[in-house]
Write a protein that binds this ligand. Structure first.
Ligand code: SF4
Length: 257
């Protein structure tokens, strides 16, 4: 079983910048029977990118497809055979490093493509027989990154793991704390892709997070603005935010039109 995949449109943007992103997609929420998103909200569950792209293409009359089935298989393996799963993950990362070297790209890894697990908690063993506290310690020279809604994760001191906090419906208090703790905040905006991102949101500068998925390269102290995609375009839960545009934004929008 292969755990990691590449090839979504944002990953392709990263390749132009010299990075090859490998993503682990598990079955989000409790689709596998196991919860992998402890802080999910009604809105994010409904708008989850799990059904974006090929993952959301179903034959007429069917409610699943090979991609969804593979995500469920991987998630079940994670919960029923943790050692076996982590061994596969180590092998996939080693393979990805070699593959990227051949392509002249820097491999980077996002393990919560469609989940919100605290990877820092899970020990791994490499083929050398050595145990490591987590996957980040096992690959200290490799960059990992994720989005999370879980505050208080024990990642201080893990220099090769970058987290961006995700705003959603009903987690405003956590967003405030996350800003105080120095996190950038990913926020989905209900605006068209043809409209430039607002300059400020919550009094904080907005950075266009759709230009690539390479969150570890983002400036610090920003809102990472994302355009609503797929089901999020119809969200009414409060997951998608609607910014108030300033006069500067309006001038920018005119110039972009
Ligand atoms: S927490 Fe993330 S992965 Fe989980 S359901 Fe919400 S948007 Fe999807």
């Amino acid at each position: 079983m292969k755990l990691l995949s590449t090839g979504n449109p944002k990953v392709l943007k990263g390749i132009k910048q010299g990075y090859n992103t490998y993503i682990l997609h598990l079955a989000p929420a409790k689709l596998s029977g196991h919860e992998v998103c402890p802080k999910r909200t009604v809105g994010c569950t409904d708008s989850c990118l799990n059904t974006a792209g090929r993952g959301g293409m179903f034959k007429r009359g069917e409610v699943t497809n090979v991609i969804q089935e593979a995500r469920i298989r991987k998630t079940k393996l994670f919960f029923t055979d943790r050692d076996g799963f982590m061994e596969l993950l180590v092998k996939d990362i080693q393979l990805a490093i070699k593959q990227s070297e051949r392509l002249g790209l820097i491999p980077v890894f996002r393990l919560n493509g469609t989940s919100d697990l605290s990877w820092e908690k899970y020990p791994v063993r490499k083929s050398s027989g050595y145990y490591y506290a987590n996957i980040f310690e096992a690959f200290p020279n490799v960059q990992f990154y994720d989005y999370t809604k879980v505050l208080g994760r024990k990642v201080k001191g893990i220099s090769n793991y970058h987290l961006t906090f995700s705003a959603a419906d009903g987690n405003d208090a956590d967003v405030t704390k996350a800003i105080q703790q120095g996190y950038n905040i990913a926020t989905v905006f209900g605006i068209k892709k043809t409209v430039p991102m607002p300059e400020l949101y919550l009094g904080t500068p907005v950075f266009n997070g759709d230009e690539s998925d390479l969150r570890f390269l983002d400036p610090k102290g920003v809102i990472v603005g994302l355009y609503a995609k797929g089901k999020a375009k119809k969200d009414t839960s409060g997951f998608v935010k609607y910014p108030t545009f300033t006069i500067f934004d309006m001038v920018n929008q005119r110039m972009a039109a």
